[in-house]
Design a protein around this ligand. Structure first.
Ligand code: GAP
Length: 464
């Protein structure tokens, strides 16, 4: 076994460093870049797709594979405009917009400006000025965040439709379908992952707040009397999900909403917040939506949406507990939490210490040299691992040190090196990304070895 190298760690990371790594290594690019970019939309490259897919797969695993009281749904992005009337989004899904009347004419969210003043110890109810140029600000105007488009070939009144601003409503309007076909009774949940769109006034901070993003939402329908118990349970379950995927406990907190922060549909909400480089910010919200949505859709559609309990003879509208997360925002938190720079034997390396299940590539297969049958052997190992469903990357270009560094930067947990001895002893060197330990292991059984490692409990090796 190789000796563990001396490691000096620096766990500080800025958003700029994350953006630079994401671009350099092909995780995320600004969208429409060759045309100068389009405000706050992003395209995911190869490793970004693999990472975000892993985040979504882990969410599905926790919602579907590990439980039998939740079913899946994939509803349309375009829905009947009445959905948004009933849900309250047409009237209520607004942010208070103020515009600078001075030099810069920039637009701001009034609530964000007041929050910033309060954080700096000032009076949030006092007069506010443009943070950019100090100019006077216009009175606040409520700005609806929904993107509007038109159904059919002619743009005219009466055919306006909206891109959904949350996936949740697709679940409520299918409640009856699921009740009829899924043979579930409360407590049970309906889970969905999909794109949502919001015409945010102040998007920014990379993929933290964008105008097009993916949500991972689950609506859990419960007997009204059990809502409090399930609200607490889901806060715990969702917090554990992040911790089990390696987020450091000291970087995660649960923050209950103040009354004046609650959305129009919620009687109580707690945010799971992560300490991003921009400060503590929402990662996911767990809301008690009561029977608000089912009542609204029942009233607006005229369809009965009650559940009839045959055992008790009771008919009622279930209450809903909703854990609502963002796939992009979660991917960002995992990237930030995993990012590390450290000195290894006098050289700096950047490494993503991602949970192996989240890592875009699980193993890099590396022939030590491009000769003496090593590439062929490495290719054969690569093929076997891929056939076992393990995402690998074959890399034969450049010095072995350089190849390790490249894999460290994309967070590949294991390096498999084929060397001069491999063809005689049937062994390869398995390098661990975090401990940097190198062990000789037999080729036979490699897929099982890695598959076993992927389901082991894992804790971030980073401190802090
Ligand atoms: N159905 C409830 C709902 O949509 P939300 O707090 O507005 O609640 C849930 O959104 C999650 O969706 C947020 O915690 C965040 O992770 C993600 N999200 C919301 N707006 C976003 C945006 N503009 N960009 C990226 N993610 C966003």
């Amino acid at each position: 076994m190789a000796e563990e190298p001396e490691v000096e760690r620096n766990t500080e990371v800025t958003m700029d460093e994350i953006v630079a790594l994401a671009k350099r290594r092909g995780f995320v690019f600004p969208s429409s870049e060759i045309y100068g970019g389009l405000g706050s939309t992003y395209d995911y490259g190869h490793y970004g797709v693999l990472l975000k897919n892993n985040v979504k797969n882990e969410w599905w695993r926790s919602m579907l594979t590990e439980r039998d009281d939740i079913v899946a749904l994939d509803s349309a992005i375009l829905q009947h405009p009445k959905v948004w009337e009933a849900s309250g989004h047409l009237d209520g899904f607004t942010d208070p917009l103020v515009q600078c009347l001075g030099k810069c004419k920039r637009r701001w969210r009034e609530d964000h400006l007041r929050e910033a003043i309060a954080e700096d110890g000032g009076d949030p109810k006092g007069e506010i000025h443009c943070p950019e140029c100090g100019g006077e600000l216009s009175p606040p105007r409520n700005f609806n965040l929904m993107f509007q488009t038109h159904m059919g070939p002619v743009v005219e009144d009466g055919n306006a439709v909206y891109l959904r601003p949350e996936t949740a409503q697709g679940i409520f309007i299918n409640f009856k379908n699921v009740l009829n076909f899924a043979r579930k009774k409360p407590p049970f949940g309906i889970a969905q992952i999909g794109k949502s769109f919001r015409n945010e006034i102040t998007p920014g901070n990379f993929i933290f707040r964008t105008r097009e993003f993916e949500q991972m939402e689950m609506e859990f329908f419960v007997p009204p009397a059990d809502a409090g118990e399930w609200y607490e349970k889901w806060i715990g379950i969702r917090r554990d999900w992040y911790l089990n995927l390696g987020i450091r406990e000291s970087f995660l907190m649960v923050r209950p909403h103040e009354d004046d922060e609650l959305s129009h549909y919620s009687s109580r909400t707690s945010d799971i917040e992560y300490l991003f480089p921009i400060g503590w910010s929402e990662l996911e919200g767990i809301a008690d939506r009561g029977d608000f949505d089912l009542t609204q859709h029942q009233n607006h559609s005229g369809e009965k949406l009650e559940y009839f309990d045959q055992q008790s003879g009771e008919r009622y509208l279930p209450h809903v507990i909703e854990p609502a997360a963002g796939a992009d925002r979660a991917a960002l938190a995992f990237l930030v939490d995993a990012y590390d720079t450290e000195e290894v034997e006098g050289r700096e390396r950047t490494v993503l210490k991602l949970h192996p299940r989240l890592a875009p590539v699980k193993a890099a297969v590396l022939p030590l040299f491009n000769k003496e049958g090593m590439p062929e052997q490495a290719q054969a190992i690569n093929k076997v691992l891929r056939a076992a469903g393990i995402q690998t990357e074959y890399d034969s270009g450049g010095s072995i040190g350089k190849r390790y560094r490249r894999q460290d930067e994309i967070g590949t947990p294991w390096g498999i090196t084929v060397d001069f001895d491999t063809k005689d002893d049937g062994m390869v060197t398995l390098r661990d990304r975090d401990s940097l330990e190198q062990n000789r292991v037999p080729i036979e059984g490699l897929p099982e070895l890695l598959a076993g490692k992927l389901i082991e409990p894992w804790k971030s090796p980073k401190t802090g």
